[in-house]
Design a protein around this ligand. Sequence first.
Ligand SMILES: NC(=O)c1ccc[n+]([C@@H]2O[C@H](COP(=O)([O-])OP(=O)(O)OC[C@H]3O[C@@H](n4cnc5c(N)ncnc54)[C@H](O)[C@@H]3O)[C@@H](O)[C@H]2O)c1
Length: 145
Amino acid sequence: MKISVIGLGKLGAPLAVVFASKGFPVVGTDLNPVFVDAINDGRTPVDEPRLQELISENRERLRATTDAAAAVAETDVTFVIVPTPSGPDRVITSPPLASLARRAPSAAVSPSSCKIIATRAGSSGSRSCPSPSSIRVGRCRHGLR
Ligand SMILES: NC(=O)c1ccc[n+]([C@@H]2O[C@H](COP(=O)([O-])OP(=O)(O)OC[C@H]3O[C@@H](n4cnc5c(N)ncnc54)[C@H](O)[C@@H]3O)[C@@H](O)[C@H]2O)c1
C-alpha cells in the first residue's frame, strides 16, 4: 500500500517518516519547497528527536513533491495534516484546506465538518474520516508507533 502525506510540518513529517519506517512507500507533499527538498535530500525538515536517524534509515521508501494532485493520484491512502485554524464561532475556517482542494483536483474538503475526502482519480469509491490526534511535538515518533 502506498501512502501520501500532505503537509510535512511538525507532525506531518514524522508521520510520513514513521510510515516509511514500517515498510510503506511514502510520498510527502508540501507547499514549502524547502521542506520537500529536505526530504528528497535525506534531511529532516523539522526539529524532532531521532527523525533524522529514521529518515537516513528509510530513504528508499520516502520522497516528496510539491505536486499534491500527483501524490494523491499515485497512492492508495492520503493523510492530510495541514493547519486547521478556526474562527470565533469555532467553525474551521481553513484557507490551507481550501487551497489544498484547489491545488489537488482529486481532493475535496468540507472545512466546517473537518471532513476531508481524498478521492483517487479514477477509483470507484473512497472513504474518509477525521483523525483525532493525540501526539505531541517532541514525542511524535513515540506517539505514532
Ligand atoms: N503541533 C502540534 O503539537 C499539534 C498537535 C495536535 C494537532 N495538531 C494539528 O495538526 C495539524 C498540523 O500541525 P503541525 O504542527 O504539523 O503544523 P505545521 O505548521 O508545522 O505544518 C503544516 C505544514 O502544512 C503545509 N501546508 C499548508 N497548507 C498546505 C497545502 N495546501 N498543501 C500542502 N501543504 C500545506 C505547511 O507548509 C506546513 O509545512 C494542524 O491542524 C494542527 O492543529 C498539531
